[in-house]
Design a protein around this ligand. Sequence first.
Ligand SMILES: NC(=O)c1ccc[n+]([C@@H]2O[C@H](COP(=O)([O-])OP(=O)(O)OC[C@H]3O[C@@H](n4cnc5c(N)ncnc54)[C@H](O)[C@@H]3O)[C@@H](O)[C@H]2O)c1
Length: 296
Amino acid sequence: MKPLSNKTVVITGSGGGLGAAYARHVASLGAAVVVNDINPLAAERTAAEIRSAGGRAISLVGDVSDWHFAATLVRSCVEAFGSITGFVNNAGVLRHGRIEDLKADDLRRMVEINILGTAAGTQAAVKEMLSAGVAGTVINVASGSQAGDIALGGYGGTKAAIASMTFSWAMELKDTPIRINAISPLAETAMAAQNAGFMAVQAANREVHYSSLPSAENNAPLVAYLLSDDSRSVHGQVIRIAGQQLSFVTHPLIAAPVLSGDWDFGSIRDAFATTLNHCQQPLGLGFAAAAPTTDA
Ligand SMILES: NC(=O)c1ccc[n+]([C@@H]2O[C@H](COP(=O)([O-])OP(=O)(O)OC[C@H]3O[C@@H](n4cnc5c(N)ncnc54)[C@H](O)[C@@H]3O)[C@@H](O)[C@H]2O)c1
C-alpha cells in the first residue's frame, strides 16, 4: 500500500511551480488531490497529468483571496473523494518594492492572497476536519524572506504573518487530532525567476546564499511526509528545505541575556552601553547556531 493511499488533499496554486510538483508527487504516493489554481489551463494540466499517470485528481479554478472560495475547495474534496485529510496553502504571490517605492496595491494583493488566503483555507479545512473527526493536516508556506530581504519587506512580512498564524493555530489545535505546520521551500520557479534580478543584492545582505536553486520536485517529499501519518508528532513547526539542507526554523524567541532591574531611562541607556548593544540580532536569513553538519 502506498503511504498516502488514505489521503485526500487540497493543494492551492498547484497549476504550476512548487504546488504542481507537490500535487504530482503526493498523487504518485496514493493521495487523491484537488488541484486549485487561478489559472484554469494550468489547473487542468496538472490534474490531467496526475490522471494520465494513474492517479486521482480533479481541478478547481478559483482565487484563494476570496474568503468563501475555501469552503468550496473543501466541499469539492469531500464530494469527489469522500473526505479531506490535508490542505496545503501553497498559492502565493510576490511583488517587489523597497520601502521608498512599495506600492499599496502590490502590498494589498500579497496580503489578500498570502495572508487572507492562508487563513481562509485553514479555517475551512479545520472546520470540516473537526466536524468529521478526521486526523487532518494543514501545511502553510512561509519563506526565508520572513527574516528580512532587500525589496521583499512586503512579501516577507506576509510570510512572517503566515509563520506567526501557524504558531497560534498550532496552540489552539494542540488538543485536537489536527496538525498544522509551515514549510519554507526553495525552488527554481516562475516566482524565483521574477526575483532573479534582486538575488545578488539580497545575497550580499544576509548570511545564507544560494548559488543555484533546487528543482520544485526537490521540495515535494517534505510535503508528502507532512501529509502522511508518519509525521503525526510534528506540530506547530516551520520546516526549511533548501536543496540538500533540511531543518527547523526557530520561532521568535526571547534572546539571552535577559537583564533584570527596575528600568528607567538612565539604567536602560547603561544596559545598552555595557551589554545589549553587543547582542543585537543579525538581519536577514542566517543560522541560529553553528551551521548544520549532519548529512542526510
Ligand atoms: N520558489 C521559491 O523559492 C519559494 C521560496 C519560498 C516560498 N515560496 C512560496 O511557495 C509558494 C509557491 O511558490 P512558487 O515559486 O511555486 O510560485 P509560482 O508563482 O511559480 O506558482 C504559484 C502558483 O500559484 C497560482 N496562484 C497565484 N495566485 C493565486 C490565487 N490567488 N489563487 C489560486 N492560485 C494562485 C499561480 O497561478 C501559480 O500557478 C508561494 O506561496 C511562495 O511564496 C517559494
